[in-house]
Design a protein around this ligand. Structure first.
Ligand SMILES: Cc1ncc(C[n+]2csc(CCOP(=O)(O)OP(=O)(O)O)c2C)c(N)n1
Ligand SMILES: [Mg+2]
Length: 391
């Protein structure tokens, strides 16, 4: 039976409390994954860090323009969350998106070429740092407007659920991970998305990458209930949890339990994922709003060092292997910088392509739906008619 409809409420009662579905308690399975898996996570985190260091250099060399937000310090978040997802689960995030793209499997070459604004980039060089898209890996961006990706995340999850339950008449199989910064907590769009998600049993996990600051504003100055963000979800009937974001094993275990539960029950979740960005908000941020002591305290719990020490201690990697791994990563990133540099800039005519999913012809100066071929002729409508995939 599909769960598309809203849970029923008893309107005859005076004080009617809508709680969504009763949530059974979930307990993460903390068994240690095999060494090969942990090696992959370690390499992925090293790759993201090295990629970002090179981006900062290229930005200073004026090879990268526009805004640039690096992910250094938050590597365990993207790697641990992606490890807990299935490949077919959609992922959408904000503008600090290079780490998610690489963790999802985008090639470092395509990612760096996009940073450089070149044709071999994942968006043909037309998006840049904040717009990493990779449809084959179900990565739906990269969005620059704070909070804008939250209704998109809801929509992606609605689409997969609609495909699974209504078009195919089966059970929900996919979960969307929708990442947001703590600065997006106060955007109206998030609250509209959470309301619908709670109401309609939408399998979306809102993952707040809570690094304590939105640009230069501490979360305690700008957000109510900053000490207990879970409370934000309660009013929407959404289950919520705090998950550690500086230790990839912890991130994985916590997120795996949450994602499995969201998939099985087709329900949303809200996660307060605790982490820290080592660098400023963007390349032009002098970080005057926090102390060096605070930064050092967080850096002492570095996610790459934490996993490496754990693996060394357990005999899952040797110091030499780890050094070799880093060497390989550095070579890969050097290669992707050279690749990006050699890639051509897009031709001027590219300004007019990929603007809409389908070219509807010249704009006739009317806002009538008929200019788009009629409301019943949109790509998504046709997909539903023909039972084709929506995503
Ligand atoms: C609607 C909107 N308002 C303002 C901005 C400018 N802006 C960009 S990032 C940001 C702060 C976002 O906070 P958070 O997501 O916590 O940022 P981070 O931790 O990545 O610095 C702001 C206000 C924007 N991009 N969009
Ligand atoms: Mg933040």
């Amino acid at each position: 039976m599909n769960t598309m409809s809203t849970p029923s409420t008893d309107t005859r009662r005076l004080f009617d409390v809508h709680r969504g579905e009763a949530a059974p308690r979930i307990a993460p399975d903390r068994s240690v994954p095999p060494a090969a898996t942990l090696k992959k996570w370690l390499r992925d985190m090293m790759l993201i860090r090295e990629f970002e260091v090179r981006c900062m250099q290229a930005y200073q060399d004026k090879k990268i323009g526009g805004f640039c937000h690096v992910y250094i310090g938050q590597e365990a978040v993207a790697v641990g969350c992606v490890a807990a997802m299935k490949h077919e689960d959609p992922l959408v995030t904000a503008y600090r998106d290079h780490g998610h793209a690489l963790a999802r499997g985008m090639s470092a070459r395509a990612c760096m070429a996009e940073m450089f604004g070149r044709v071999d980039g994942c968006a043909k060089g037309k998006g840049g740092s904040m717009h990493m898209f990779d449809k084959p890996n179900n990565m739906f961006g990269g969005h620059g407007i704070v909070g804008a990706q939250t209704p998109l995340g809801l929509g992606l999850a609605f689409a997969t659920k609609y495909e699974d339950e209504v078009m195919r008449g089966g059970k929900n199989t996919r979960v969307t991970l929708c990442f947001l910064g703590d600065g997006a907590l106060n955007q109206g769009a998030l609250h509209e998305a959470m309301n619908l998600a709670g109401l309609m049993n939408i399998p979306v996990v809102f993952v707040v990458e809570n690094n304590g600051y939105s640009m230069g504003t501490s979360i305690h100055r700008g957000t109510t209930m900053a000490h207990d963000l879970k409370s934000k979800a309660i009013g929407y009937g959404i289950d919520a949890a705090v998950v550690e974001g500086m230790d990839v094993l912890e991130t994985y275990h916590g997120m795996k339990a949450v994602i499995d539960d969201a998939r099985a029950r087709s329900r949303p979740w809200f996660i307060d994922l605790r982490c820290y960005r080592y660098k400023g908000h963007s390349m032009s941020d002098p970080r005057k709003y926090r102390t060096r002591d605070e930064e050092e305290a967080w850096e002492a719990g570095d996610p790459i060092g934490t996993l490496e020490s754990f693996m060394l201690e357990k005999g899952m990697i040797t110091a030499d292997e780890s050094k070799e791994m880093l060497k390989g990563v550095k070579a890969e990133v050097r290669d992707c910088v050279a690749f990006a540099d050699a890639s051509p800039v897009p031709a001027d005519g590219e300004l007019y392509t990929d603007v809409y999913m389908e070219p509807w012809g010249p704009y006739p100066g009317s806002s009538k739906p008929s200019m788009m071929g009629g409301g019943e002729n949109t790509p998504s409508f046709r997909a539903i008619e023909r039972s084709e995939d929506l995503l």
